[in-house]
Design a protein around this ligand. Structure first.
Ligand code: ADP
Length: 159
């Protein structure tokens, strides 16, 4: 087992909220696997390769990040990379129920893997990828919510 964690999500696209969780995790763990779920049931707004690229650009200041796409069970991916920690971000009470349920399921099927929650900084607590997508779709200004280096990528996607 190495001193690493897995931060899974859709990152469709990455926001300042995600970036804050990644940056803080990178201070605690030697290595952070940012794992994009390739959800076969739900096609995202951005192709997974584009999401990888946007996370790479946003995480240039960090040298202990690995960005990968995975499918299948999260706990299988966590084992594959020889980690035993899943990181999730909590924005508000509304996140809690689903996150709590998911952590219980994962604990039941993989008791050796722990889920740790980091609470968001209050200034990012209302940011979500879906809100960014909605603003981008209607040509609203979403630039407060995502790293500057990916604003153009998002605009291109909604052209
Ligand atoms: P998922 O579809 O798995 O919820 P997301 O990309 O929406 O994927 O979120 C990934 C993780 O990041 C989740 O733990 C989510 O709660 C967290 N997260 C999302 N937005 C924020 C934010 N603004 N601040 C902190 N954590 C966040």
């Amino acid at each position: 087992m190495n001193n690493s964690c897995v931060y899974p999500g859709s990152f469709d696209p990455i926001t300042y909220g995600h970036l804050d969780i990644i940056t803080r995790s990178a201070k605690i763990f030697d290595k952070v696997y940012v794992a994009i779920l390739n959800n076969t049931q739900k096609k995202g707004a951005f192709p997974t390769e584009k999401r990888v690229e946007m996370i790479q650009k946003s995480c240039k200041h960090l040298d202990n990040i690995v960005i990968e796409v995975f499918d299948g069970l999260l706990v299988d991916y966590v084992r594959k990379v020889k980690s035993n920690v899943i990181i999730r971000g909590l924005r508000a009470v509304s996140d809690f129920e689903a996150e709590f349920q998911m952590s219980h399921i994962n604990l039941q099927i993989a008791p050796d893997i722990e889920t740790l929650f980091l609470s968001t900084l209050p200034k990012y607590s209302y940011i979500s990828s879906s809100m960014v997508r909605e603003l981008a779709y209607f040509k609203g200004d979403f630039s407060y919510f995502v790293p500057e280096c990916i604003v153009e990528d998002i605009k291109q996607q909604y052209k």
